[in-house]
Design a protein around this ligand. Sequence first.
Ligand SMILES: *Cc1c(COP(=O)(O)O)cnc(C)c1O
Length: 376
Amino acid sequence: METQTKIWLSSPHMGSNEQNYVDEAFKTNWIAPLGPNVTLFEKAIQDYINNEVHVAALSAGTAAIHLALEILGVSHGDEVICQSLTFSASANPIKYLGANPIFVDSERDTWNISPVLLEKAILDRIAKGKKPKAIVAVHLYGMPYKINEVNAVAEKYGIPVIEDSAEALGSTFNGVKCGSFGEIGILSFNGNKIITTSGGGALVTKNQAYKEKAIFLATQARDDAPHYQHSHVGYNYRMSNVLAGIGRGQMEVLDDRVAARRANFDFYKASLGHLEEIEFLNEPEGFFSNRWLSCILTSSYEMRERIRYALLEDDIESRPLWKPMHMQPIFETSPNYSDGTSADLFDRGLCLPSGSNLADQDLERIVTIILKELTK
Ligand SMILES: *Cc1c(COP(=O)(O)O)cnc(C)c1O
């Protein structure tokens, strides 16, 4: 057999203008972490999400979560609720601040934070003496969390939500773009996300003072003085003007990228949806997922591994779902409110190759292998 190329889970996909905007930065010597590309990239994100939001472009989504927590007043010894089924970057910044994560399990309709367990956790933490300072909710794999229910619980107890929209740029709920639902939203432009700046992130908020605070903290917290004067601990978290040039080009093709990823999902579902061993996550009424990653739920851990290995044999990358944070060695001692849902999803779930640059024959190749494995 001829050698086939490797198929990646999710690889960068440049459009036609990224290089031009990067060249512009070089030609005008705007190489510092500030400049017209940063401003125009922020404007493009704002125009895309909606005009009520303010955007601060940063060096990473993780940095955006760190700043969001700090802006909301999280500090040493505080408790912060965090969706357990997520990437570790949702939770790590809680630790940076010396605060303690409290993990909450998922519900099955969106695989995101369960509003029922969320309320249970809040009540129990209050009973134990500490009201959580913030809630980190995640739109996993692009599927919005139950926004109305989560916000209702958050409002009932007066706890702000940090909306981790790292995987969900382009997703909507009732026609409104993700990133604009939390007190503060965050985006990621890491290399594997739906659009990328090679590395980068953004903080999104309707509160202009929060944006200003984010930029202040992200640029070493300089007080207003001709010399360098500091009355706060600062960070170096601003996005570079070179990378923001990539971002400007990527924003121009974002809708195409969403359409391509959704088409991947539709193809997988049309080709594998009839199989008893495989389930897909459907969009509840009003939910629109960018389908950042196409995921399947298999009938058992063994089945999941059989499919994963069959793909690997053919040089195709797939990946189990995120391992829940409450099952991670680093968070072993953190309190968690679980009912086994995320553990089960982790056991049986698999992310299939999902790049917007997959060719039709790549998708055919993936599906053929899965079908062959299941009819063995
Ligand atoms: C990627 C990701 C992040 C972190 O973003 P970076 O830009 O890689 O720092 C945070 N949360 C989730 C859910 C992510 O997938």
